[in-house]
Design a protein around this ligand. Sequence first.
Ligand SMILES: Nc1ncnc2c1ncn2[C@@H]1O[C@H](COP(=O)(O)OP(=O)(O)OP(=O)(O)O)[C@@H](O)[C@H]1O
Length: 334
Amino acid sequence: METQKVLKVKNLKTYFELDEGTVKAVDGISFEVKEGEIFGLVGESGCGKSVTALSIMRILPKTARILEGEILFSPNGSNTLNLVEFDQESDELRKIRGKDITMIFQEPAASFSPVYTVGEQIMEAILLHKDVTKSKARQMTIEMLKKLRLPNPEKIFDAYPFELSGGMLQRCMIAAALVMNPKILIADEPTTALDVTIQAQILYLMKQLQKEYGTSIILITHDMGVIAQMADRVAVMYLGKIVECSAVYEIFSNPLHPYTKALLASIPGLGARKSKLETIKGNVPDPYNLPSGCRFHPRCPQFIKGLCDVEEPQLVEVKPGHVVQCFLYKGVRS
Ligand SMILES: Nc1ncnc2c1ncn2[C@@H]1O[C@H](COP(=O)(O)OP(=O)(O)OP(=O)(O)O)[C@@H](O)[C@H]1O
Protein backbone atom coordinates (compact mmCIF):
# COMPACT_ATOMS: atom_id res chain seq x y z
CA MET A 1 0.00 0.00 0.00
CA GLU A 2 1.29 3.47 -0.87
CA THR A 3 2.26 5.65 2.08
CA GLN A 4 -0.25 8.37 2.71
CA LYS A 5 0.71 11.96 1.93
CA VAL A 6 0.01 14.38 4.78
CA LEU A 7 0.93 17.43 2.75
CA LYS A 8 0.95 18.26 -0.93
CA VAL A 9 2.33 21.61 -2.02
CA LYS A 10 1.44 22.35 -5.62
CA ASN A 11 2.90 25.16 -7.71
CA LEU A 12 3.23 27.48 -4.69
CA LYS A 13 4.21 31.06 -5.47
CA THR A 14 4.87 33.48 -2.60
CA TYR A 15 6.12 36.93 -3.56
CA PHE A 16 7.04 40.07 -1.63
CA GLU A 17 5.73 43.25 -3.22
CA LEU A 18 8.09 45.98 -2.03
CA ASP A 19 8.85 49.55 -3.11
CA GLU A 20 12.19 48.33 -4.45
CA GLY A 21 10.50 45.68 -6.60
CA THR A 22 9.10 42.16 -6.40
CA VAL A 23 10.97 39.36 -4.64
CA LYS A 24 9.87 36.00 -6.01
CA ALA A 25 10.84 34.25 -2.79
CA VAL A 26 9.01 31.02 -3.65
CA ASP A 27 8.31 30.66 -7.33
CA GLY A 28 6.19 27.68 -8.31
CA ILE A 29 7.41 24.87 -6.09
CA SER A 30 5.74 21.48 -5.69
CA PHE A 31 6.51 18.68 -3.24
CA GLU A 32 4.80 16.08 -1.08
CA VAL A 33 5.41 15.00 2.48
CA LYS A 34 4.58 11.42 3.40
CA GLU A 35 3.20 10.21 6.69
CA GLY A 36 6.02 9.67 9.20
CA GLU A 37 8.91 10.80 7.02
CA ILE A 38 11.54 13.49 7.47
CA PHE A 39 11.48 15.66 4.38
CA GLY A 40 14.48 17.97 4.03
CA LEU A 41 14.50 21.37 2.34
CA VAL A 42 18.06 22.44 1.66
CA GLY A 43 19.73 25.38 -0.05
CA GLU A 44 21.80 28.51 0.51
CA SER A 45 20.58 31.48 2.52
CA GLY A 46 17.84 33.40 0.72
CA CYS A 47 16.65 30.55 -1.53
CA GLY A 48 13.15 30.57 -0.01
CA LYS A 49 13.21 27.79 2.60
CA SER A 50 11.79 29.88 5.43
CA VAL A 51 9.21 31.56 3.23
CA THR A 52 8.03 28.08 2.19
CA ALA A 53 7.61 27.18 5.88
CA LEU A 54 5.85 30.45 6.71
CA SER A 55 3.54 29.90 3.71
CA ILE A 56 2.54 26.45 4.99
CA MET A 57 1.98 27.82 8.51
CA ARG A 58 0.28 30.88 6.99
CA ILE A 59 2.23 33.24 9.20
CA LEU A 60 3.73 35.35 6.43
CA PRO A 61 4.56 39.02 6.95
CA LYS A 62 2.02 41.51 5.57
CA THR A 63 4.22 42.35 2.57
CA ALA A 64 4.10 38.74 1.33
CA ARG A 65 1.36 37.31 -0.83
CA ILE A 66 0.58 33.79 -1.98
CA LEU A 67 -0.15 34.38 -5.64
CA GLU A 68 -0.82 30.88 -6.81
CA GLY A 69 -0.80 27.29 -5.78
CA GLU A 70 -2.28 24.88 -3.28
CA ILE A 71 -1.19 23.64 0.14
CA LEU A 72 -3.21 20.48 0.66
CA PHE A 73 -3.18 19.18 4.22
CA SER A 74 -4.64 15.73 4.91
CA PRO A 75 -4.59 15.21 8.67
CA ASN A 76 -6.33 11.83 8.65
CA GLY A 77 -6.28 10.53 5.12
CA SER A 78 -9.91 11.25 4.33
CA ASN A 79 -10.54 15.00 4.40
CA THR A 80 -8.15 17.36 2.67
CA LEU A 81 -7.94 21.07 3.42
CA ASN A 82 -6.39 23.58 1.06
CA LEU A 83 -4.70 25.92 3.55
CA VAL A 84 -4.35 28.65 0.91
CA GLU A 85 -8.13 29.08 0.87
CA PHE A 86 -8.40 30.17 4.50
CA ASP A 87 -7.88 33.67 5.79
CA GLN A 88 -4.56 33.90 7.62
CA GLU A 89 -6.37 34.96 10.84
CA SER A 90 -9.26 32.49 10.51
CA ASP A 91 -10.32 30.16 13.35
CA GLU A 92 -9.76 27.14 11.09
CA LEU A 93 -6.11 28.03 10.61
CA ARG A 94 -5.64 28.94 14.28
CA LYS A 95 -6.84 25.44 15.19
CA ILE A 96 -4.43 23.79 12.76
CA ARG A 97 -1.48 26.03 13.63
CA GLY A 98 0.14 25.02 16.86
CA LYS A 99 -1.78 21.74 17.08
CA ASP A 100 -1.80 19.78 13.79
CA ILE A 101 1.16 21.65 12.30
CA THR A 102 3.73 23.05 14.72
CA MET A 103 6.98 24.84 14.07
CA ILE A 104 10.32 25.32 15.75
CA PHE A 105 12.77 28.04 14.88
CA GLN A 106 16.50 28.62 14.96
CA GLU A 107 16.27 31.07 17.84
CA PRO A 108 14.34 29.49 20.73
CA ALA A 109 14.53 32.66 22.83
CA ALA A 110 12.26 34.37 20.30
CA SER A 111 9.56 31.73 20.79
CA PHE A 112 9.30 32.07 24.55
CA SER A 113 8.15 35.15 26.37
CA PRO A 114 10.72 36.25 28.97
CA VAL A 115 8.07 37.03 31.60
CA TYR A 116 6.52 33.57 32.07
CA THR A 117 8.15 30.30 33.01
CA VAL A 118 8.82 27.77 30.28
CA GLY A 119 6.38 25.31 31.83
CA GLU A 120 3.55 27.85 32.04
CA GLN A 121 3.98 28.66 28.35
CA ILE A 122 3.96 25.05 27.17
CA MET A 123 0.98 24.30 29.41
CA GLU A 124 -0.94 27.29 28.09
CA ALA A 125 -0.53 26.03 24.52
CA ILE A 126 -1.84 22.60 25.56
CA LEU A 127 -4.87 24.14 27.28
CA LEU A 128 -5.60 26.25 24.19
CA HIS A 129 -5.76 23.25 21.88
CA LYS A 130 -6.64 20.23 23.99
CA ASP A 131 -9.57 19.51 26.25
CA VAL A 132 -7.59 18.57 29.35
CA THR A 133 -7.39 19.80 32.96
CA LYS A 134 -4.60 22.05 34.18
CA SER A 135 -3.01 19.28 36.20
CA LYS A 136 -3.07 16.93 33.18
CA ALA A 137 -1.47 19.65 31.03
CA ARG A 138 1.24 20.10 33.65
CA GLN A 139 1.85 16.36 33.74
CA MET A 140 2.01 16.19 29.91
CA THR A 141 4.53 19.05 29.88
CA ILE A 142 6.80 17.47 32.48
CA GLU A 143 6.67 14.09 30.74
CA MET A 144 7.66 15.69 27.44
CA LEU A 145 10.51 17.64 29.05
CA LYS A 146 11.69 14.31 30.46
CA LYS A 147 11.54 12.73 26.98
CA LEU A 148 13.83 15.47 25.76
CA ARG A 149 16.29 14.31 28.40
CA LEU A 150 16.16 17.57 30.30
CA PRO A 151 17.58 16.98 33.76
CA ASN A 152 15.20 17.72 36.61
CA PRO A 153 12.13 18.54 34.46
CA GLU A 154 10.11 19.90 37.42
CA LYS A 155 12.76 22.52 37.95
CA ILE A 156 12.92 23.33 34.23
CA PHE A 157 9.13 23.72 34.25
CA ASP A 158 9.50 26.57 36.75
CA ALA A 159 12.49 28.19 35.05
CA TYR A 160 12.34 31.45 33.09
CA PRO A 161 13.84 31.29 29.57
CA PHE A 162 16.88 33.41 30.52
CA GLU A 163 17.81 30.87 33.19
CA LEU A 164 18.36 28.13 30.58
CA SER A 165 21.17 27.58 28.08
CA GLY A 166 20.49 27.78 24.33
CA GLY A 167 20.57 23.99 24.02
CA MET A 168 18.15 23.49 26.94
CA LEU A 169 15.78 26.13 25.60
CA GLN A 170 15.87 24.50 22.18
CA ARG A 171 14.86 21.19 23.81
CA CYS A 172 11.99 23.02 25.55
CA MET A 173 10.84 24.40 22.21
CA ILE A 174 10.91 20.91 20.69
CA ALA A 175 8.97 19.67 23.72
CA ALA A 176 6.37 22.41 23.19
CA ALA A 177 6.03 21.44 19.52
CA LEU A 178 5.84 17.67 20.08
CA VAL A 179 3.58 17.65 23.14
CA MET A 180 0.69 18.55 20.83
CA ASN A 181 1.38 15.33 18.89
CA PRO A 182 1.19 17.21 15.57
CA LYS A 183 0.84 15.56 12.15
CA ILE A 184 3.61 17.80 10.84
CA LEU A 185 6.49 19.49 12.62
CA ILE A 186 8.33 22.17 10.65
CA ALA A 187 11.86 22.61 11.97
CA ASP A 188 13.60 25.69 10.50
CA GLU A 189 17.36 25.42 11.12
CA PRO A 190 16.59 23.95 14.58
CA THR A 191 20.18 23.46 15.63
CA THR A 192 22.14 26.00 13.57
CA ALA A 193 22.64 28.35 16.55
CA LEU A 194 24.03 25.57 18.76
CA ASP A 195 27.50 24.16 19.05
CA VAL A 196 28.26 21.00 17.13
CA THR A 197 28.07 18.47 20.01
CA ILE A 198 24.73 19.80 21.28
CA GLN A 199 23.48 20.00 17.69
CA ALA A 200 24.20 16.27 17.21
CA GLN A 201 22.48 15.34 20.50
CA ILE A 202 19.36 17.33 19.68
CA LEU A 203 19.11 15.99 16.14
CA TYR A 204 19.43 12.44 17.48
CA LEU A 205 16.68 13.05 20.02
CA MET A 206 14.41 14.63 17.41
CA LYS A 207 14.81 11.60 15.21
CA GLN A 208 14.08 9.19 18.09
CA LEU A 209 10.93 11.07 19.07
CA GLN A 210 9.85 11.42 15.45
CA LYS A 211 9.98 7.63 15.12
CA GLU A 212 8.14 7.12 18.40
CA TYR A 213 5.29 9.49 17.49
CA GLY A 214 5.23 8.89 13.73
CA THR A 215 5.34 12.67 13.13
CA SER A 216 6.18 13.95 9.66
CA ILE A 217 8.94 16.53 9.81
CA ILE A 218 9.85 19.20 7.30
CA LEU A 219 13.47 19.89 8.14
CA ILE A 220 14.91 23.13 6.82
CA THR A 221 18.66 23.50 6.72
CA HIS A 222 21.52 24.87 4.64
CA ASP A 223 23.63 21.91 5.79
CA MET A 224 23.82 18.76 3.65
CA GLY A 225 25.43 16.98 6.62
CA VAL A 226 22.25 17.47 8.66
CA ILE A 227 20.21 16.17 5.72
CA ALA A 228 22.39 13.05 5.53
CA GLN A 229 21.95 12.40 9.24
CA MET A 230 18.21 13.07 9.43
CA ALA A 231 16.15 13.10 6.25
CA ASP A 232 14.43 10.38 4.21
CA ARG A 233 13.87 12.56 1.15
CA VAL A 234 15.17 15.97 0.21
CA ALA A 235 14.35 18.89 -2.06
CA VAL A 236 17.19 21.19 -3.10
CA MET A 237 16.12 24.82 -3.50
CA TYR A 238 17.81 27.57 -5.48
CA LEU A 239 16.38 31.10 -5.78
CA GLY A 240 12.77 30.17 -5.15
CA LYS A 241 12.74 26.96 -7.19
CA ILE A 242 13.16 23.28 -6.36
CA VAL A 243 15.97 22.21 -8.69
CA GLU A 244 16.20 18.56 -7.58
CA CYS A 245 14.24 16.22 -5.31
CA SER A 246 14.74 12.58 -4.41
CA ALA A 247 15.43 10.08 -1.65
CA VAL A 248 18.44 11.13 0.41
CA TYR A 249 20.60 8.09 -0.46
CA GLU A 250 19.90 8.79 -4.13
CA ILE A 251 20.95 12.46 -3.87
CA PHE A 252 24.20 11.48 -2.17
CA SER A 253 25.01 8.59 -4.51
CA ASN A 254 23.74 10.09 -7.74
CA PRO A 255 23.42 13.89 -7.55
CA LEU A 256 22.32 15.33 -10.89
CA HIS A 257 21.90 19.08 -10.76
CA PRO A 258 25.20 21.02 -10.88
CA TYR A 259 23.99 23.02 -7.86
CA THR A 260 23.34 19.84 -5.83
CA LYS A 261 26.81 18.60 -6.77
CA ALA A 262 28.31 21.87 -5.54
CA LEU A 263 26.36 21.68 -2.27
CA LEU A 264 27.68 18.15 -1.70
CA ALA A 265 31.22 19.21 -2.54
CA SER A 266 30.98 21.81 0.22
CA ILE A 267 30.50 19.24 3.01
CA PRO A 268 33.70 18.92 5.02
CA GLY A 269 35.03 15.40 4.73
CA LEU A 270 33.23 14.68 1.47
CA GLY A 271 35.95 16.03 -0.76
CA ALA A 272 35.46 19.67 0.18
CA ARG A 273 38.45 21.87 0.67
CA LYS A 274 36.47 24.69 2.23
CA SER A 275 33.32 24.63 4.31
CA LYS A 276 31.52 27.41 2.38
CA LEU A 277 30.14 27.07 -1.10
CA GLU A 278 33.34 28.40 -2.59
CA THR A 279 33.36 25.63 -5.14
CA ILE A 280 30.54 27.55 -6.83
CA LYS A 281 31.72 30.61 -8.68
CA GLY A 282 29.99 33.94 -8.08
CA ASN A 283 27.45 34.96 -5.47
CA VAL A 284 23.74 34.35 -5.13
CA PRO A 285 22.18 36.86 -7.59
CA ASP A 286 20.19 39.93 -6.55
CA PRO A 287 16.63 38.74 -5.73
CA TYR A 288 15.12 41.81 -7.46
CA ASN A 289 16.89 40.97 -10.67
CA LEU A 290 16.85 37.25 -11.27
CA PRO A 291 18.84 35.72 -14.14
CA SER A 292 16.93 34.75 -17.28
CA GLY A 293 16.50 31.09 -18.22
CA CYS A 294 17.82 28.75 -15.55
CA ARG A 295 18.48 30.86 -12.43
CA PHE A 296 21.68 28.96 -11.71
CA HIS A 297 23.24 29.52 -15.14
CA PRO A 298 25.60 32.42 -14.21
CA ARG A 299 27.28 30.17 -11.63
CA CYS A 300 26.97 26.84 -13.42
CA PRO A 301 30.12 25.01 -14.59
CA GLN A 302 28.07 23.16 -17.23
CA PHE A 303 26.26 26.21 -18.63
CA ILE A 304 25.15 25.85 -22.27
CA LYS A 305 25.13 29.27 -23.95
CA GLY A 306 22.00 30.11 -25.91
CA LEU A 307 19.96 27.54 -24.00
CA CYS A 308 20.39 27.83 -20.22
CA ASP A 309 20.41 31.66 -20.33
CA VAL A 310 17.33 31.80 -22.55
CA GLU A 311 14.91 29.08 -21.58
CA GLU A 312 13.83 27.81 -18.21
CA PRO A 313 14.25 24.03 -17.93
CA GLN A 314 11.27 21.90 -16.90
CA LEU A 315 11.36 19.67 -13.86
CA VAL A 316 11.77 16.14 -15.26
CA GLU A 317 11.61 12.73 -13.59
CA VAL A 318 14.89 11.01 -14.39
CA LYS A 319 14.00 7.86 -12.47
CA PRO A 320 10.96 7.10 -10.34
CA GLY A 321 11.02 9.52 -7.42
CA HIS A 322 14.05 11.49 -8.64
CA VAL A 323 13.27 14.79 -10.35
CA VAL A 324 15.65 17.48 -11.61
CA GLN A 325 15.28 20.83 -13.35
CA CYS A 326 18.25 21.00 -15.73
CA PHE A 327 18.76 20.78 -19.52
CA LEU A 328 21.47 18.15 -19.05
CA TYR A 329 18.83 15.53 -18.29
CA LYS A 330 15.91 14.07 -20.15
CA GLY A 331 13.04 12.69 -18.17
CA VAL A 332 11.77 9.14 -18.40
CA ARG A 333 8.32 10.56 -19.17
CA SER A 334 9.17 13.45 -21.46
N1 LIG B 1 10.05 40.06 5.25
C1 LIG B 1 10.66 40.06 4.07
N2 LIG B 1 10.59 41.15 3.26
C2 LIG B 1 11.19 41.14 2.03
N3 LIG B 1 11.86 40.10 1.51
C3 LIG B 1 11.95 39.00 2.27
C4 LIG B 1 11.38 38.92 3.58
N4 LIG B 1 11.64 37.69 4.09
C5 LIG B 1 12.36 37.04 3.15
N5 LIG B 1 12.54 37.81 2.07
C6 LIG B 1 13.26 37.46 0.84
O1 LIG B 1 12.74 36.26 0.32
C7 LIG B 1 13.77 35.44 -0.19
C8 LIG B 1 13.73 34.09 0.49
O2 LIG B 1 14.04 34.25 1.87
P1 LIG B 1 14.03 33.05 2.93
O3 LIG B 1 14.15 33.66 4.28
O4 LIG B 1 12.86 32.17 2.70
O5 LIG B 1 15.35 32.28 2.57
P2 LIG B 1 16.02 31.07 3.34
O6 LIG B 1 16.37 30.08 2.31
O7 LIG B 1 15.14 30.60 4.45
O8 LIG B 1 17.33 31.74 3.92
P3 LIG B 1 17.87 31.80 5.41
O9 LIG B 1 18.49 30.47 5.65
O10 LIG B 1 18.84 32.92 5.38
O11 LIG B 1 16.69 32.07 6.29
C9 LIG B 1 15.08 36.19 0.03
O12 LIG B 1 15.41 36.90 -1.16
C10 LIG B 1 14.73 37.16 1.13
O13 LIG B 1 15.51 38.34 1.03
